[in-house]
Design a protein around this ligand. Structure first.
Ligand code: NAD
Ligand code: LMR
Ligand code: MG
Length: 601
């Protein structure tokens, strides 16, 4: 439950000693003597790989994912080098523990599993209570004091906990999400953990369960009015931007109206991005491009039904419209007409009799000749979709009956079904259900990872796609931190989607997959970050000359390898750990790689 700032072990001088706390049983005898640690650790001196083996063993002793989450949080605050070694070497198994879906449960329990972190050396991010917003400069000052010199944050993930995954308003407990997302930034794209800053705007909660929970750690009041929310949120973001002008700001899991409102306000004022709107749009477009290629009908014949019209639904649909316009030369009005949206009140039309929220107006149908569909089933019959996309937070909303109909309607082409709501308890259907009901013909991606499916008839094993923004936000953040664009444009996001679709290797394509395997995420993130940087330079918005020159040299392989060189990696040996610790950071992170020597803690 922290950002990964170095843990609290102190040397005799009283200052934290990152070498000792991250080496532990790997400390050679000479160093133990020098640090006055003789006799304070077991006598065996071991390699980091042996420590890792022990950590994995201890992880596997935990019987539930929440216990694993708690163990990993403890490890991260105790020995960040070992934590990231373990995560990087076991990403497929560990991602669902530190991130979706377990992070959802961890957030719900956050106030109960909080590990008594000791400030100032074990700060897990910023908690900004509404009544303290007027003292925001003091809070930022305290944070500065708590970090190592030169470790200014280069990336923040900020939430107010008002819409955590599909779980609703969790108040301050939502802090688990910025913490989890930033771990993915480090693991998937090599951001420097010391420069990641999770933030929660502790502005109250409208969930009585938390207000009444004696262990709840947030402020005990209901959420403020819209006006008070924007005044306070803008004041915090403004202060952060003044304090850290180059810091990339990721807005995360704000309730939909505020998500759109904050993005609108800040997108041309600071380097920022909304993950639920833009990141989700980006990752789903990437998978959708691959799905359309495999579906077997021309792109312009796609009929796409969205179930859910919140920040994610509308963000994704807009990104897909851009794709049809840019990649297939379809006029915007015609592209928009390929989309139908359903929300909790039914199909969104201009004449259904309610006042539509601003973000839904663009997709409201006018051609429905007074037909109103109130259920998903009715909408499926009316639209006869080629693609069904779920961002509704409604568990099993895609019933077996609906999935069977998707198969019947799409006999000439393969049906596309993306149940994207998180966590698993909110997913519109499972992979197994989608496969069974479509005779294994479905082109599938889900927000939460589902297990592989073995077809009983043939024994063939199918791997589900994971359409989760974790495939793109780390690369977008890395690209932004490196080339420092003035702002993030839709065309930069679009470039990343295209790069994601292009990143599948021959085997993944042959297996009919829509996303690259998670084990390759670092390699893929480097390609995506390079595509982002190329686009930023093309738009003349990149402000770091080194990256501008690299792009202008028109050597994409070199650009990708330079991006990789800037990715943070945990140390492999004690020697690497020792060599890198005395350094202060350079711009933007210590250049190091597998090949090039020490990593920075
Ligand atoms: N896969 C990903 O990477 C990813 C990214 C972002 C969000 N999400 C998930 O998407 C979901 C929605 O997020 P959001 O920010 O858009 O939330 P939101 O609450 O703003 O949107 C939910 C939408 O679903 C609609 N809805 C509710 N009940 C419905 C029903 N019975 N039938 C049809 N529609 C119904 C609501 O009217 C609303 O339009 C969450 O579960 C979130 O975890 C996934
Ligand atoms: O956090 C995730 O797993 C994806 C997404 O940002 C969400 O809000 O569901
Ligand atoms: Mg989110």
């Amino acid at each position: 439950m922290d950002s990964g700032t170095s843990s609290a072990r102190r040397s005799r001088s009283g200052s934290p000693d990152p070498i000792a706390s991250n080496a532990g049983t790997a400390l050679p005898y000479a160093t133990r003597s020098a640090l006055h640690l003789k006799g304070l650790v077991p006598s065996g001196v071991e390699d980091f790989s042996v420590q890792e083996q022990r950590a994995l063993e201890q992880l596997n002793m935990k019987s539930t994912n929440l216990e694993k989450y708690i163990f990993l949080s403890w490890l991260r605050t105790t020995n960040i080098n070992l934590f990231y070694r373990l995560v990087l070497h076991n990403l497929k198994a560990i991602a669902p523990v530190i991130y979706t879906p377990t992070v959802g449960q961890a957030c719900q329990e956050y106030s109960h599993i909080y590990p008594f972190l000791a400030p100032p050396n074990n700060v897990d991010g910023l908690y900004i209570p509404l009544p303290e917003v007027e003292n925001i400069d003091e809070i930022i000052g305290n944070y500065r004091e708590s970090i190592k010199e030169g470790d200014e944050p280069e990336i923040t993930v900020i939430t107010d906990g008002s819409r955590i995954l599909g779980l609703g308003d969790l108040g301050m407990n939502g802090m688990g999400i910025p913490v989890g997302k930033l771990q993915l930034y480090v693991a998937a794209a090599g951001l420097n953990p010391d420069r990641c800053l999770p933030i929660v705007l502790d502005f109250g909660t409208d969930t009585d369960k938390y207000l009444e929970d004696p262990l709840y750690l947030g402020i005990r009041q209901h959420r403020p009015s819209d006006e008070a929310f924007y005044a306070a949120a803008n004041s915090v973001i403004g202060a952060l931007h003044r304090a850290f002008p180059n810091m990339f700001i990721q807005f995360e899991d704000f309730s939909t109206e505020h998500a759109f409102g904050l993005l609108e306000h800040w997108r041309h004022r600071a380097l920022c991005f909304n993950d639920d709107i833009q990141g989700t749009g980006c990752v789903i477009l990437g998978g959708f491009i691959s799905a359309v290629e495999q579906a077997g009908i021309p792109p312009r014949d796609q009929r796409i039904l969205f179930v859910g019209a919140g920040s994610a639904g509308v963000g994704v649909a807009k990104q897909l419209v851009d794709y049809f316009v840019v990649a297939h030369g379809i006029l915007e009005n015609e592209a928009r007409a390929m989309f139908w949206m359903v929300d909790s009140r039914g199909m969104i039309t201009t004449d259904r009799g309610d006042r539509l929220a601003q973000h839904k107006v663009y997709f409201a149908r006018e051609d429905n000749a007074s037909t109103q569909c109130t259920t998903i089933e009715e909408a499926v019959e009316y639209v006869r979709p080629t693609a069904l996309i779920g961002l509704s937070t409604i568990y099993k909303a895609f019933s077996e009956k609906i999935l069977v109909r998707m198969n019947e309607i799409n006999q000439k082409a393969r049906p596309i079904v993306f149940p994207l709501s998180n966590p698993e308890t909110k997913a519109e259907c499972s992979f197994e259900e989608a496969m069974r009901c479509t005779n294994n013909r479905v082109l599938f991606a889900s927000g939460t990872a589902f297990p592989e499916y073995t077809a009983p008839e043939t024994g063939r094993v199918y791997v589900p796609g994971q359409g989760n923004n974790m495939y793109v936000f780390p690369a977008i953040g890395l690209g932004a931190v490196l080339c420092k664009p003035t702002c993030i444009t839709d065309t930069m996001i679009y470039a990343v989607s295209k790069a994601l679709a292009a990143s599948l290797n021959a085997q993944e394509r042959a297996d009919g997959e829509l996303y690259p395997r998670i084990e390759r995420i670092r390699e893929v993130s480097a390609e995506l970050a390079a595509a982002f940087i190329q686009q930023a330079v093309r738009e003349d918005l990149a402000n770091d000359q080194m990256w501008v020159d690299l792009v202008k040299a028109s050597d994409t392989d070199k650009l990708v390898s330079e991006v990789r060189r800037f990715m943070w990696l945990p140390a492999e040996t004690f020697e690497q750990l020792r060599q890198c610790c005395p350094h202060t950071h350079h711009h933007p992170v210590m250049p190091h790689s597998h090949a090039e020597g020490p990593s920075k803690l």
